[in-house]
Design a protein around this ligand. Sequence first.
Ligand code: C2O
Length: 541
Amino acid sequence: MTFDRIVQVLTESTSRRTVLRSLALGMSGRLLTLGGASGLAVEDKATAAARQKQHNDCPRSRRCKKRCCRRGETCKGGRCVKKQPPVHVRRSVHSLDESGPALTALARGIAVMKARESSDPTSWIFQANIHGTNDGAGANWNQCTHGSFFFLAWHRMYLYWFERILRKASGNPSLALPYWDYSESDQRIVPRPFRTPSSSLYVAQRNADVNAGQPPPAENAWMFDHSPAFETVNFFHTGSGTSFGGLQVSEALHSGGGAGQLENTPHNQVHSWVGGGSGWMGTVAMAARDPLFWLHHANIDRLWKRWLDQAGGRANPTGDGDWMNDTFTFFDENGTEVTMSGKQIVDTAQQLNYRYDDDGAASGAAAARREKGASAAGKQSVKELGKSKGAGGVDLGTDPVTVPIGLGAALPDAGASSTERRADAGVVLTLEGIQGTGVLGVAFEVYVNLPKDQQPSPRDDAFVGGVSLFGLQPQDAAAMGMGHTMMPAALSFDITGAVAGRRASGREVTVTLVPVNLDASRRLPKAPLAHLDSLVVSIVQ
Ligand code: C2O
C-alpha cells in the first residue's frame, strides 16, 4: 500500500485523529498492519476523544500499556480496544475424536450438571425443564416456543445460555456444543459415546435403533432433508401460507399452530425418530433430557444460518417489532436470571460469541446489505380453491388414507410458468387441525394425485412432504397444562410441482397420507394415530 493510499484510508475514517495518532505510534513503534482498513475501527467522536485522553494520560510510553486502558479494554496495536471474548466454534460431532478433548469436556460438563440438585437453575434437569416438563410449573419451566416464527430465536437463546452453563460446569473454557449433521446419510448414526451406557451422553430412553447404531431406513431419508425448507424464501407466513421459520404471531406461544418448514422437517421428524415409540426425544416435556437434543438443536440453529447464506431475499424478520423485542427468560452460568430478545441474537459471532465450523466468510457488512434488500415475508394473498368434505374430519391409522378435495375452480397452469413464479407463490395444500392420539414415533408421508395403482414412494414427485406429530400429542398438551388438547396445528405444503404434471382432472386434487412407523421394535396399534380436521387447497400469490 502506498503512503498516499494510507492517507486516503485514514481520511475516510471517522476518527481520523485517533487513527493518525495510532499511525504515528505504529510507525515509530513496531506494529502497524496496513493491509487494509480493517485495523481502523470506526468509532464515534465521543469515544475517540475519551480514548485520546486516556492515551494522553498514559505514562511516557510509545504504545499504551494495559494499565492505561479502561476495565474491559485491552491494548492492541497501540490503542485501547474493547476486550473481545473468544468466539467459540461449534463443530460437527462427527469431526470430533470420540475420546478427544471436545467430547470429553462435553461428557464431563453434562455429568457435573446432572449431579446438581434439580432446584438449581444450572442443573441438567432444571435446564431441561425450561424446555418442558411433567414436574409441574417451576420458575421459568415449560417455556419452549414451537409452531410460530419465535421457534428458531427462542431455541437459539436457550442453547446459548445452556452452553455457557455447560462450559463452566465442564471446566473447559473452550467448550462449544457440537452439532449433529444428519443430512449426510452416514452421519445419522450417532458417535459411540452417545451409545455407551456408562457415558453421561447416553440415555436408554431412545429408539432402539439409535442406541444400536442402526441408521434409519433409506426410504425415510426425506425426514433428514432440509433442502425443501431451504427453497422457501420468506422467513414467516401469515394465514395458511408456507415459510421457512413459521407463522407470524404477536406473542410467543408454547405451542403455536403454524410450524415453519425447517421446524417440521427435519426438526420434528428427527425428534420423532430419535424418540421412537417411548423415548424422551419424542415429547416436548422430556426431549431436553437427552443429550442428543442439544446437538440436534445446534444443527437446526446452524441450518438457520446456512439458509440465510443462500440469499435471494432470505432474511430475518428484523422489521417485526415483536420478533425483535419480546423478551424471554433464562439463567446464566451463575444461576442468575437473564432476559434476552430477538434483536440480541441475529449475529451469533458478534452478539453471542459463537459460530459454526462451516460459517462462510460473509462479512457483517455483506450480511447487512443482504438484509436491507430483502423482505422477510412474502406478501402473500391466499385464495381457497377447495376443502375436504365431512364435518368429522379424517382419522389417520395404520392404513394409507386418500382424501379427495373438489376444487371450485380449475388450477392455474402453474406448470408452464413454474420457472417464473415467485418462490413463495403457488398452489398450497394445508392440513388443518392436526392432532396425535398419543402413539409416539409415527410420521405420515403426504402425496398429491398419486395414481391409484402406484406404490407410494417418497422418491416419486407425487410426494410433497411429511407430517410429524412432535409437540401435537396429548402428552405434550398435558405437560403444558393445556388439558388434553393442543392448539390445533396447521401444516402447509407447496404442491405446485406435484399438481403441475398430474392434473388428472382439473377440478380435483387427491391427497394420500401414508403412515410410517419410526420404531422397528414395536408394531403400530390398530387404532387411529392422528386426526385432521380438514384439508384445504389454496392459491398463494
Ligand atoms: Cu423445543 Cu426440538 O424442540
